[in-house]
Design a binder for this molecule. Structure first.
Ligand code: FPP
Length: 258
């Protein structure tokens, strides 16, 4: 039986845990969901079972972020490099994305989640592209958490795409090269209009960025946990948020930023 996005009742919310300051929550959390394969191998299961369980961890995390007051969650679901995995695993992942979208769209609508997919979506299977377009349109007018799913996403590819788009505008005579600044660059990113992530969580202990949100993570605080993604739960998220609230964010200044 599939577990719905809502844990028990659609109206039941998880209260903010004691110890977390609601005024200092990250506005945007990004997550590299690593360790699905290892989670499955440790149990003698095929790797793909780890991905299936990883979906449950993602739903848990989205619900908790939404209930606790985090404004946006961005998850790295499939990188441009993930096409190099065995064909069977790639096919499983694409089919999993489709199944999850079909199954969860009603809960996403009900819970006011605004879902978007970031990356080169044209390379995805047609059926998945349609489900993505449908889910994006159906949730665009919602008022709750922004949920970005990075799918066929690569940070370098995203930066190259921005450079190409700006160059095209220059070539058409619409843009003066001297007018290109950080604001106009950021406006061409997949995340245009969104707050940069304040906190990046990476599970399974690896200490890498792995081509994720290279521009947007410039000032993110990093929280790396040994927890494998399918085991990521409320306690692990709380740990990450407490860690974040203990940091002094200086953005290059001497004193912490106000
Ligand atoms: C990394 O673990 C995880 C992935 C490449 C896939 C993550 C995808 C999901 C959890 C599904 C999300 C679905 C939707 C629709 C949003 P790994 O395989 O690299 O683990 P390992 O490092 O232990 O091998």
């Amino acid at each position: 039986m599939s577990r719905a996005l809502a844990t028990s009742s659609p109206t039941q919310r998880h209260p903010l845990p004691a110890g977390l300051d609601p005024a200092r929550l990250p506005a945007h959390v990004a997550v590299i969901m690593d360790g699905n394969g290892r989670w499955a191998s440790q149990r003698g299961l095929p790797r793909v079972m780890g991905h299936r369980e990883g979906v449950e961890a993602l739903k848990r995390t989205l619900r908790l972020c939404s209930d606790w007051g985090v404004g946006a969650l961005t998850a790295y679901a499939f990188s441009t490099e993930n096409w190099n995995r065995p064909g069977e695993e790639v096919r499983f992942l694409m089919a999993l994305f489709e199944r999850v979208l079909e199954r969860e769209i009603v809960a996403l609508e009900r819970e006011q989640v605004r879902i978007r997919f970031l990356g080169d979506l044209e390379a995805l299977p047609r059926g998945l592209q349609q489900l993505i377009a449908d889910a994006t349109a159906r949730t665009a007018a919602n008022t709750g958490i922004h949920f970005n799913v990075c799918t066929n996403y690569g940070g370098r590819a995203e930066l190259v795409r921005v450079a190409r788009r700006l160059a095209e505008r220059v070539a058409r005579g619409e843009l003066d090269p001297a007018a290109i600044d950080e604001g106009c660059f950021a406006a061409e990113l997949h995340t245009a209009g969104q707050h940069d992530p304040d906190l990046l969580i990476r599970t399974s202990g690896e200490q890498r960025i792995s081509n994720f949100l290279l521009w947007q993570l410039a000032y993110a605080e990093l929280h790396i946990t040994d927890v494998l993604w399918p085991d990521f739960d409320g306690a692990a998220l709380l740990q990450a948020l407490l860690d974040y609230q203990n940091r002094q964010r200086r953005f290059g200044r001497v004193e912490p930023a106000a």
